[in-house]
Write a protein that binds this ligand. Structure first.
Ligand SMILES: [Zn+2]
Length: 225
């Protein structure tokens, strides 16, 4: 690899990425301490502060279990959200991906005995929609991010606005059609049912002059007869 290649943005970004991975690798969960490399991690594990923390953990296992449970839950949900969005997915698929990360919190240090326990808990807390099938449990992330909720509301509002507009223009077209019909009433025999092209769904068949206004002359052209 030439010097130019070595300094290319891609190469630099790759180095940063690989560093990033390494960063997570030598992390002491209990002390929340990041070590630089394997050697640093070994040194940390023999350090007084780590040993003290170990002692604390053994004296107060609940506190640490709470901590690990919280980490497990957060990481699991973050993975689910990032990889699958709000799609329904088998809990095992997410779990297998989760444990493939080296630095993952092990389930045996959490409050949950099994993945099923955890899944049911997610459902009870309303963090996920969960359902049991003969093939096992499925989960679906529930997005409670205020920004997402705001966006969804905005979309619903726009959709409603569009429907209202559509309805208004359909009414307008119907009105134009009615006016146009008034002049041709004689041509339509009375026993014919209401022509279906008057329905709003067929409105697209008409070409309205762009300058048409309710006050203007009702000029309409049918494209097909
Ligand atoms: Zn430690």
């Amino acid at each position: 690899m030439g010097k130019a290649d070595f300094l290319s943005p891609k190469a630099i970004s790759n180095r940063i990425k690989s560093k990033g991975l390494q960063k997570l690798r030598w992390y002491c969960q209990m002390c929340q301490k990041q070590c630089r490399d394997e050697n640093g991690f070994k040194c940390h594990c023999m350090s007084e502060s780590h040993q003290r923390q170990l002692l604390l953990a053994s004296e107060n296992p609940t506190k640490f279990m709470d901590y690990f449970s919280d980490e497990f839950k957060s990481d699991f949900l973050e993975l689910l959200r990032r990889r699958f969005g709000t799609k329904r997915v088998h809990n095992n698929i997410v779990y297998n991906e989760y444990i493939s990360h080296r630095e993952h919190v092990h389930m045996n240090s959490t409050q949950w005995e099994t993945l099923t326990d955890f899944t049911k808990w997610l459902g009870r807390k309303g963090l996920c929609k969960v359902d049991e099938t003969p093939k096992g449990w499925y989960i679906q992330y529930v997005d409670r991010d205020p920004e997402t909720i705001r966006r969804q509301e905005e979309q619903a509002r726009k959709k409603k606005q569009e429907l209202d507009d559509e309805e208004r223009s359909a009414k307008f077209i119907q009105e134009q059609v009615r006016r146009g019909m008034d002049g041709k009433e004689a041509e339509v025999s009375s026993d014919r049912p209401k022509p279906d092209w008057m329905n709003r769904t067929k409105a697209a068949e008409f070409i309205l002059p762009s300058s048409v206004s309710p006050a203007g002359p009702a000029r309409l052209h049918r494209t097909q007869t």
